[in-house]
Design a protein around this ligand. Structure first.
Ligand SMILES: [Zn+2]
Ligand SMILES: [Zn+2]
Length: 271
């Protein structure tokens, strides 16, 4: 995933130019932790005019452009000094894209948490180890019962009508999922669809990278912790804090559980 590597060069075309010919291509790079924090330190105010935050984000994240010309068609070479030739709206759009590259969307956070919970559940039993793909569900003919494809309707608790709605169209009462998978005894800790089917390859991959680098006490790229991208930093935080939270919950539930297999490791990355 390019966003993990501070040396990546990502192409970007502004929204208003996507359909047009002779579009300008901007080259952006993921921000390192230090760069991101420097941008943050000036505050991210949603100002109409170009603010310090925008300029700083461009200064760190904009590393080139192609095919950029002024109104008379004169080519403007890439140089941070020439940023003022960019329309303020373009500057803001580019800065927002640079920040978007650095940050995690809520979707990916949920995906990572699910991988941590599922991995933990599998760890508890040797026989479950291979259940990282729905092949298992197909093989064991559990595909329908486990709601692997997410098409299994809910059932009305009153009239037993099957519907995909949360409320029964006849009785108006809440409907109940026919499949529930519980990760733990916590009341809210369940999903209504096969967890394996909800795992995404990217979340599994990212979790593996975090676990690998953490066990090896190394970072994925050969440079100091602050040279890591902010994107990787956030992923690492989500994965480790979710794993620690699960572990802590386990320990709280089992006071005699005295062989701690995992411990939180923090090296070199402070806020
Ligand atoms: Zn499945
Ligand atoms: Zn009903």
């Amino acid at each position: 995933m390019a966003r993990l590597d501070p040396r990546s060069r990502l192409e970007y075309v502004c929204e208003s130019e996507r359909e047009s010919e002779g579009k300008t291509i901007f080259y952006l790079k993921p921000l390192s932790i230090a760069e991101y924090l420097k941008c943050e330190s000036v505050g991210r105010v949603q100002a109409v005019k170009v603010g310090t935050f925008t300029l700083r984000a461009l200064q760190y994240g904009l590393i080139g452009w192609d095919n950029f010309a002024d109104e008379e068609g004169g080519v403007i070479p890439f140089d941070l000094k020439n940023i003022s030739y960019l329309h303020p709206n373009i500057q803001i759009e580019l800065a927002e894209e640079i920040v978007r590259i650095a940050e995690l969307e809520g979707e990916i956070v949920e995906e990572l948490k699910l991988v941590a919970r599922w991995g933990e559940w599998l760890d508890k039993n040797e026989n479950r180890k291979h259940q990282w793909e729905c092949e298992f569900c197909l093989e064991k003919k559990l595909f329908k019962n486990r709601n692997c494809d997410g098409t299994l309707p809910n059932k009305c608790s009153k009239c037993s009508k099957e519907t995909l709605e949360d409320e029964c169209p006849i009785c108006g009462v809440k409907t109940i999922p026919q499949f529930k998978f519980r990760f733990s005894s916590t009341i809210t800790d369940w999903v209504a669809r096969c967890p394996v089917a909800m795992l995404t390859p990217r979340a599994i991959q990212l979790t593996n990278i975090v676990n690998f680098t953490d066990n090896a006490k190394a970072l994925p790229f050969h440079c100091g912790a602050f040279e890591q991208t902010y994107f990787f930093y956030l992923i690492r935080m989500v994965v480790l804090s979710e794993q620690n939270a699960i572990l802590k919950k386990e320990l709280d539930q089992k006071p005699d559980f005295n062989h701690i297999q995992k411990e939180s490791k923090r090296h070199g990355q402070s806020k």
